[in-house]
Design a protein around this ligand. Sequence first.
Ligand SMILES: [Zn+2]
Length: 496
Amino acid sequence: MPADLIVHGGTIFGIHGVDALAVRCGKILAFGRSADILRLRGPETRVFPLEGRFLMPGFFDGHVHFLKVGLDRTFFVDLSQARSLGEALELLRVRAEARPGEWVVGRGWDESRWPERRYLERSDLDRAVPRQPCCAVRVDGHMMAANTLALARCVRPEGQFIDRDRGHLWEEAVAEVLSLVRPERETLVEAAAEASRYAASLGITSVADMASPQDFSTYQVAERRGLLRTRIFAYLPAETLPQLASVGIRRGFGSAILRIVGIKAFVDGSIGAKTAALLEPYKGEMSRGRVLLGRGELARLWRKVMEAELQMAVHAIGDRAIEEVLAAARLAGVGFHDRHRIEHLELPTPAQLERLKDLGLVASMQPNFLQWSGPGRMYEDRLGPARDARIDPHRWVLERGIPLAFGSDGMPMGPLYGIGLALAPPHPLQKVTVEEALLAYTKGAAYAAFAEDEVGEISPGKWADLVVLSGDPAKTPWEKIQVEATFFAGELVFSR
Ligand SMILES: [Zn+2]
């Protein structure tokens, strides 16, 4: 039986003295020297020449909100490029016409770049979009303009972050209106397809998705229609646990493309919003943030997750939140081989990392968060320089042999960007090697989702989910590296 695909003539990540690989029925059949592998060629075999480029397993984004990535690209109207107030209104009008009856939601407008030099107002939006609810969030995310129909759905009293006359909303009122926006099923399916296309262009072939029940049902439709070219390993909110348990849905339920892995729980918020739970107060304040789910309650939930044979993924950013997770894991009787995961893990102390290792927890981290670290940046502003210097401690995690998975949390999605920051972090002590970074974004993330037997590595029997990079990262400056082609189950799904 000949191969369906042969990729040859380049460097293959992690395998020395080998430059070719053969694929059959979507899976890796063999690798070796070109002369040997090309013998598997038949009349139907597709041959893809690497021409000296670099072949590696497709990236596995270890923490993302996949549908949101798609919605950002399909449903929300990007107003950031509008050169005038009139142009912004025109973009909203065109969208409203294309999708009658649906919410029209703009994002990213910036009046300081417009000749009119004034905010969007209710009367402007009423003129452009008279027959359906419409709102538009300012570039900073803290302010929104809304039309009459959108304002009518917002019940908060006048004056509480809302000026109905001008149609302006701020802060929590912005979040409230956005929570009312419910795209149609078809819009959601289209967003899932777009997220998958976009992922392929970034070299991503698998994701661990922190999904809502609605996201998961959308993915099912998208998969049935053949629109998913990304494997989705889903983690559902804790509220869904009773239903999953009652029908006996365990870790791994689903297909080769879409499956349920575990439950996601939150122990704290974020550093940016000063809601991450810290052992010491935020810089210049009394507040230490908030623990949303204490150790006792978390331990009870954790036990139920284990009884249901699901995996636990706990969001914990601040050192006090991490303390609660470690204590809860002990109370719940988590064993070294159970492989549960801690999401973000931004501010652990070295002593906490020792305990984390003993509990066999996986560190699911997002190197792109380093964009906010360093002198004058947000983390330093919130935490002071001493704590900023130990944020996202990838080196400490690796040194202790803690399993490390890299992801993006969609801020933004894109492994090349995140890896760039991990290779040259603001605090060089935490620097990782390019090999360590590539492993965390492939094999490490696959291990974190119990998928290491299927993806994340180039070896016979694994899915032929592959990415071609423009050069060997060991020999090329990282900024010069580009994604050139992506294969999903042996099928070319992206090519530059
Ligand atoms: Zn997230």
